[in-house]
Ligand binder design. Sequence first.
Ligand code: NAP
Length: 220
Amino acid sequence: VKIRLVLSGYSGKMGQEILALADKDKEVTATTAWSPRFQVKSTDVVVDFSSPAGFRKSLAFAVKTQRPFVSGTTGLSAKDFVSLKKAARKIPVLWASNMSLGIHLLLDLLPTFTRVKELFDFQIVEIHHRRKVDAPSGTAKTLQSQLVEAVDRTVSEPVSIRGGGVFGVHKVLALGEEEVLTIEHQALNRTVFARGALLAAKFCARRRKGLYSMSDVLRG
Ligand SMILES: NC(=O)c1ccc[n+]([C@@H]2O[C@H](COP(=O)([O-])OP(=O)(O)OC[C@H]3O[C@@H](n4cnc5c(N)ncnc54)[C@H](OP(=O)(O)O)[C@@H]3O)[C@@H](O)[C@H]2O)c1
C-alpha cells in the first residue's frame, strides 16, 4: 500500500519537484489537493514546502487530523519552532532547513573546528538564485548556530549572495594567518531536496509522535 502524501506548496518549485519524484516512486503517491474540502482519510503524511504562512496552515491541518508533518519551509519565526515542538507531542514532526545528504555530513564535520577555535576566524557564505525570498538561507542559519556551538564564540553573520539560477551553495570558511580552509556544499539540482523530503515522509509515516531530524532519517 502506498504512503499518501498531501503537499502544501504543490504549485511551487519544490512542490513540483516532489510531485515529479513521487510519480516515479513505488512507495508513495502525492496529491496536490489542498482545500477545506480535502478528504482527510486519504492522507498519511503532510509535506510542506511553502512559506511561513503556508507552514502555519499545514501544521495546524496535520495536528488537527493527527497526521505526520514534514516541512522544509524556511524563514520561520521562533514562535513557529515552538509550535513545531508542541505539535511533536501529538504527531511525528520533522523540519529541516536542508534535506540533502551532503549538508548533514557537513554539519557533522563542524565540531572538528573546536580544536582550532583560537587560531582561525570563521565565516559562512551562501549563494542562491535571485528569486529566493529569505536571507540568510535557513541552511546558513542552521550551519551558523552549530558552528557557534562548536567554536564557542561569536561568528559574524552569514554572507548572502543572490543571483543566477544557483540551487544552493554553502561554504564554511576557516581563515588563519597563513592558510584558509573552505568546506563547500553545492546542490546541483532541486531533486536532491525532494529526494530527502520523500525519505523523510516515509520515515515519519512509520514513526510515533516526536520531533525528528534528517540525521534520524539517515540513521534509518
Ligand atoms: N529544506 C530544503 O531542503 C529546501 C529546499 C529548497 C527550498 N526550501 C524552502 O521551501 C520553501 C518553498 O520553496 P520554493 O522554491 O518551492 O518556493 P516557491 O516556488 O515560491 O513556492 C511556494 C509555494 O508555496 C505556496 N504558498 C505560499 N504561501 C502559501 C500559503 N499562505 N498557503 C498555502 N500555500 C502557500 C505557493 O502557492 P501560490 O503560488 O499559490 O502562492 C507555492 O506553491 C521556501 O521556504 C524555501 O526556502 C527548502
